[in-house]
Design a protein around this ligand. Sequence first.
Ligand SMILES: [Zn+2]
Length: 277
Amino acid sequence: MGCGASTPQQPGGVPVKVSPAPVSEANTTLNFAPRASVDDGSVLPSARSMAGRRSSLEKVMSLTERASPEQVLQNLLEGNQRFLAGESAHPHQDWERVQQISAKQKPLVAILGCADSRVPAEIVFDQGFGDVFVCRIAGNIATAEEVASLEYAVLDVGVKVVMVLGHTKCGAVKAALSGNAFPGFIDTLVDHLDVAIARVDSMNAKQAEAIKAGDPSMMDKVVKENVKYQVQRCQRSVVIQEALRKRQVLLVGAMYNLDTGKVQILCTKGGVADDAL
Ligand SMILES: [Zn+2]
């Protein structure tokens, strides 16, 4: 899983209060109607899946600042597995949690994701208030401002995983591939995606033609290439470089599948999973 090489350089309210309620199993199922159980096919969660949910919830809530970057990433991916199985634990989504973190946030994960409404990080990874430092922008592009936000998350907030999360059928990538001119500031957004498109274009003319014709599988190739490119841009940050060198963080590229809900890891930098840092 490689993100490719990079050249070090610096890239140019108050929540609505609800009735306080104790943490309980009922609390963990308020926001979602459970999907069909993986155990018996019924629409109601089985005893086994409910027990599994309790176990997942306890595990998520026991993750502390002492966890390694690898453990934090594993915890995040397990959240996606719960979401996929229709067994989301909905941790940290009660009023008690809101009050607990009102003075200081301490999320362990930062995500640079697309603004697309179909990719809400907390839901996809089954997280809650104060768990994920999320930066969202169309095309999940690592502009200087977005990278600066991630630098803040690493330096001051203390996150241990920085993830660039792209997704299939990305409208920003599709717009960039069209080659059309756009009004307002949209062109500046598209400019950030041109490198990924150029990389795929350089594969061969037939593939480029398929992409421009809207071939979904080829579209996904551009999305993946874009994630890897934005990871490289993040890697140019001297702040992130230093945190990677000290093994304090993992920098990860991933893609969310709109059809399946699954998150696929594309590349990892730092820690024991380092590939050509
Ligand atoms: Zn998108």
